[in-house]
Design a binder for this molecule. Structure first.
Ligand code: SF4
Ligand code: SF4
Ligand code: SF4
Length: 261
């Protein structure tokens, strides 16, 4: 769908937390009319309708994924089935009903529980500012295969986590700097660095708004079932403790509050 420059400018002025939804709505409506181009009038009309009926749009949660769709070359771990499984939990929990009871009929999109999945540490879907952020990870593993000292792994690592040890003729990975993106394993032509454990890093308690904060990472790497268990625990904690629409991020104080040591 083509957008005029004026329409693009106007959509940028719509609050970021509803922009994606309004954009999708504008395109749907333009397509239904048989139009190939979105104009400033389309955006303005959709914006007014959307903002007037905002509480009807609230489903209680927002689940974002990065735009990899299983095809991005940077993927550390594929998350599409995970997204479906998380969405199924979020639906079962009926968070809209919980919010209506907690906030009243005038619930807004900013009250929703926000969950985001990125398939690598580049974090295109901004998991750091969501209540629950999930990041695909692939831990690099040093194998017994001799290293040719070609230096490709060092050049590839954006986090300067790899050094080549001239004496032992092998790479050394500083695990405190490594983000488990798996790029070095993909780049290593000899197989000296290979893909090790794959899973997800989980970040909790991020938000924007008047008091923004970055999510804090739980220690360890989780498999799909582990992530789902954490999501369930977060929702249980949120439902038991959130009052008057307080976001999960506002009440989360650390792993112990969801029963993780
Ligand atoms: S988060 Fe990583 S895998 Fe997802 S789109 Fe961004 S770069 Fe690609
Ligand atoms: S996985 Fe490899 S490339 Fe990625 S941060 Fe760790 S050492 Fe660097
Ligand atoms: S570990 Fe692989 S990429 Fe790094 S220097 Fe050795 S052979 Fe090259």
């Amino acid at each position: 769908m083509k957008w005029t420059n004026e329409a693009e400018e106007m959509i940028k002025r719509i609050p970021f937390f509803v922009r994606k939804k309004v954009r999708a709505r504008v395109e749907q409506e333009a397509m239904a009319r048989g139009s190939q181009t979105v104009t400033i009038c389309d955006v303005d009309a959709a914006r007014k309708r959307f903002m007037e009926k905002m509480s009807g749009e609230v489903k209680g949660y927002q689940l974002d994924t990065c735009f990899s769709q299983g095809k991005c070359p940077n993927m550390a771990n594929v998350s599409s089935p995970l997204a479906e499984r998380i969405e199924s939990i979020l639906k079962q929990e009926d968070l809209r009903d919980f919010l209506v009871k907690s906030v009243g009929r005038d619930i807004k999109l900013h009250h929703e529980l926000k969950v985001s999945i990125s398939e690598c540490p580049n974090a295109c879907s901004q998991p750091q500012i969501k209540d629950i952020g999930i990041v695909g990870a692939c831990v690099p593993q040093i194998t017994d295969t001799p290293c040719t000292m070609c230096g490709k792994c060092v050049d590839t690592c954006k986090d300067n986590a790899i050094t080549l040890d001239e004496n032992s003729e092998a790479p050394v990975i500083d695990r405190s700097l490594c983000l488990s993106c798996g790029a070095c394993a993909k780049a290593c032509p000899s197989g000296t660095i290979a893909e090790g454990q794959k899973g997800y890093r989980v970040l909790l308690g991020g938000k924007l708004g008047r008091h923004p904060r970055l999510a804090k990472e739980l220690p360890g790497l989780f498999d799909e079932d582990g992530v789902l268990e954490i999501v369930k625990r977060c929702i249980a904690f949120y439902k038991a403790n959130s009052k008057n629409g307080a976001r999960f991020a506002e009440i989360y104080t650390g792993p112990e509050c969801i029963g993780i040591k």
